[in-house]
Structure formats: structure tokens, C-alpha cells
Ligand binder design. Structure first.
Ligand SMILES: N[C@@H](CCC(=O)N[C@@H](CS)C(=O)NCC(=O)O)C(=O)O
Length: 215
């Protein structure tokens, strides 16, 4: 059975999984769930993913939400083209980089946080953008230092191959551009983003190329 990915074009967590599936050459069915229309909060989707978030992945053997859990499952089950290094220390370093984005930046800036800040807490657009940029900067200072130390030549975050570190970085940088956060202080991250976005696996996963994209 072809795996199914419940996805939304602008979801950066789903974007991570799309990149990894493409890098590994895994064919999948994409089922769009419109966050814009609140489809993820409807009963029909809650029956699929009780957490009511995207992404959600189902390959018949494993059905799970949470991008990191999905990506770990892909590593364990479809590892002809691994996205984590073989060396134990390197593997821990790559995972640590991923979690710095997944746990320490993304949750502070996602849709429901934005809706809560702008709704019940009555924060204006300008203040929201300041909030957004603050958490990107907090995380990217470390990310830049990490990439400078571990990238071989400014094409990938770690060494000279795509790893999960790139899978997490590229969607986060897409979000930063979307919310007009200047990335000039992070030249290594910008160089990696440019290089990765030239590769077919990253291009085919990009929000604008998704069938549900509203451009
Ligand atoms: N930690 C989760 C985050 C999932 C998540 O927050 N997804 C967002 C889209 S990127 C979502 O579904 N948001 C809906 C909402 O905030 O209401 C993961 O990595 O999969």
C-alpha cells in the first residue's frame, strides 16, 4: 500500500515530512487538510488524528502524527537512503539540531499560538511579527553556529549530504521569509537554504508546488 500523508501546503511540519519522503524516493498519497478552513478541527479529521494537527502519516503498518515520530519511522523502515549519519555522535548532533527547531522555535510560532496571541490576548499584527522574529532569532543564533561548525561547504547543515537537519531547517526558513524575518545575520543558513532549494526533492516538497496551494 502506498503511504498516505495528511498535509497542508503551508504546514512546515508537513513540509519536513514531504522533503524526507522525496529524498528517500518514497511514493505517497497526499491528502490535503485545510488549516485555513479549520478542517483539522472537524470531527472527520479528529477520527484520523485526535491531536488535530498536521502532518499525519499512515503506511498500513504505522499510523502516527508528530513529524519527528514520522521521520524516525521512515528512518527505521525505509532506510536505503538514511537521513541521519552512521556515526553515533554525529547522529545525536543532527537530532539535537532538529529538536532545537522542532521544540524550541516552531511551537512558539505556529497557527494556534498566533490565533491565541491575536485573539484572546489581543496582540496587534506588529507585535505579533516582533514575537515571531524574536523566537526565530533566538533559535537561529545557535543554528547558524552549529551549521558553521558542521557544514562541509555551505550546501547542507551537516557534512556534505542532506540529513534531517536540512529537512527541519528549510521549512523553518520558509516560515521566516513568510513573516518577513531578516536572515542576514545567518549567512551559513541562507547559503544552505539556497543550495537545498535547488534540489528536486526539496523543490517538489515546497509549499507553492503542492496541489492544495492557494497562491
Ligand atoms: N510538533 C508537531 C507540530 C504539528 C503542528 O503544529 N502542525 C501545525 C501546522 S505546521 C498545525 O497543524 N497547526 C494547526 C493549529 O495550530 O491549529 C509536529 O512536529 O508534527
Amino acid at each position: 500500500m502506498k503511504p498516505t500523508l495528511y498535509t497542508y501546503w503551508r504546514s512546515s511540519a508537513a513540509y519536513r515530512v514531504r522533503i524526507a519522503l522525496n529524498l528517500k524516493g518514497i511514493d505517497y498519497n497526499a491528502v490535503p487538510v485545510s488549516l485555513g478552513e479549520g478542517e483539522h478541527r472537524q470531527e472527520k479529521y479528529r477520527e484520523i488524528n485526535p491531536q488535530m494537527l498536521v502532518p499525519f502519516f499512515d503506511d498500513g503498518e504505522v499510523a502516527t502524527g508528530q513529524s519527528m515520530a514520522i521521520l524516525e519511522h521512515l528512518e527505521e523502515s525505509y532506510n536505503d537512503l538514511p537521513l541521519v549519519p552512521a556515526d553515533k555522535l554525529a547522529r545525536a548532533q543532527v537530532r539535537s539540531f532538529c529538536l532545537s527547531i522542532c521544540c524550541d522555535i516552531h511551537p512558539l510560532n505556529n497557527l494556534r499560538v498566533m490565533q491565541y496571541l491575536k485573539g484572546p490576548l489581543d496582540i496587534g499584527d506588529e507585535e505579533f511579527l516582533t514575537w515571531y522574529a524574536h523566537w526565530i532569532d533566538e533559535g537561529y543564533r545557535y543554528a547558524e553556529q552549529f551549521a558553521k561548525e558542521h557544514s562541509s561547504d555551505g550546501r547542507f547543515v551537516f557534512g556534505d549530504n542532506a540529513t534531517l537537519a536540512d529537512v527541519f531547517l528549510i521549512p523553518q526558513s520558509y516560515n521566516a521569509h513568510r513573516f518577513k524575518v531578516p536572515l542576514d545575520d545567518y549567512p551559513t543558513l541562507v547559503s544552505i537554504e539556497k543550495a537545498c532549494n535547488k534540489l528536486p526533492a526539496f523543490k517538489a516538497a515546497s509549499p507553492e508546488t503542492q496541489p492544495d496551494a492557494l497562491l
